[in-house]
Design a protein around this ligand. Structure first.
Ligand code: ZN
Length: 129
């Protein structure tokens, strides 16, 4: 199954009764295994979770901590972009040149990288004294 197929399939499970904006994400870990996530909204809006966060959480729960590629898909008019928080989450587990494909359900795709999505990323080097 391709990353696109995996992301599109899990998107169907998104819990988005408030926005009705369903998002699916798939990440390929360094091992080659694909992990998926969908957005999960909550009536207390800030408690909702993005699709990318779910996919990353599934990867980490399975014992992996590196992703080499990500794919995000939504029913948006233009390819859906990861939010700012998810860009930081992706950067935690991916090299700057890791590919991120943003897509629409209708088939439009835009390819970028984790580094291009988050210039000036805050990383572990900033924690050193
Ligand atoms: Zn997000």
């Amino acid at each position: 199954m391709s990353l696109r197929e995996a992301a599109a399939a899990v998107r169907n499970n998104a819990y988005a009764p408030y926005s009705e904006f369903k998002v699916g994400a798939a990440v390929r870990a360094a091992s080659g295994t694909v992990y998926v996530g969908c957005n999960v909204e909550n009536v207390a809006y800030p408690e909702g979770m993005c699709a990318e966060a779910g996919a990353i959480a599934a990867m980490v729960a399975a014992g992996e901590a590196r992703l080499v590629e990500a794919y995000v898909i939504a029913g948006s008019p233009t390819p859906v972009t990861p939010c700012g928080g998810c860009r930081q989450k992706l950067a935690e587990f991916a090299a700057p040149d890791a590919q991120v494909t943003m897509a629409t359900v209708s088939g439009n795709e835009q390819v970028t990288t984790v580094g291009d999505l988050l210039p000036g990323v805050f990383n572990a080097a900033h924690m050193k004294s």
